[in-house]
Design a binder for this molecule. Sequence first.
Ligand code: AMP
Length: 214
Amino acid sequence: MNIVLFGPPGVGKGTQGVRLSASLGIVHLAMGDLLRAAVAEKTTLGLEAKAFMDAGKLVTDSLVIGLIEERIIADDAKAGFLLDGFPRNVAQAIALNEMLDKHGLKIDHVIFMDASKDALLERLTGRLTCSACGFGFHRHYSPPKIEGQCDKCDGSLYQRTDDTEEVISQRLEVYAEQTSPLLDFYGDDKEFSKVDAEAGMDEVYASLERVVKE
Ligand code: AMP
């Protein structure tokens, strides 16, 4: 099964995407994670992407399109993939359709996760991530048992450099201008579903499961 998960920053695409893809036995392809890995490895792509990411802007389409095409045709994506954070604008959605056609693939579900701006801001400003395994925590809603330490692997927790108030507001603006038009792009497709992501984590997950089991 192939899934596109999209929605504003902080809506929980990463948290839910990891859980859903593990339960379906498909690979979780989070564009933000792929880019952060490239930045950490200081690859040419990573060096180019870093300035955009630090500023809360979208990385150039050609870079992310190339990166995703490599990943959806890789061996570990043969059983299926969940795209989290791609596409993020209409040009990327068109490019995705073209590459799916080219490789004889299709998307089974396009799921839009929605939450209010207040909820997004609260989630983003309290977000903590494990530097070793990538697991996500929240200072107030799901704090780690030991401050600064991952419950799963004991790795140290960090706040993403783009989770500062200034960059968050830029990312929300970019979302409104460039990503939200995807609602029109996908909205009438039979594969499209909308999930209320403002509820608790387990409730949101149950809604996502209902969609993919339809
Ligand atoms: P995320 O982890 O999904 O919040 O993404 C973090 C940052 O990576 C974004 O603010 C963008 O700078 C960049 N990014 C992630 N996905 C894309 C994409 N599909 N197109 C362009 N830039 C992206």
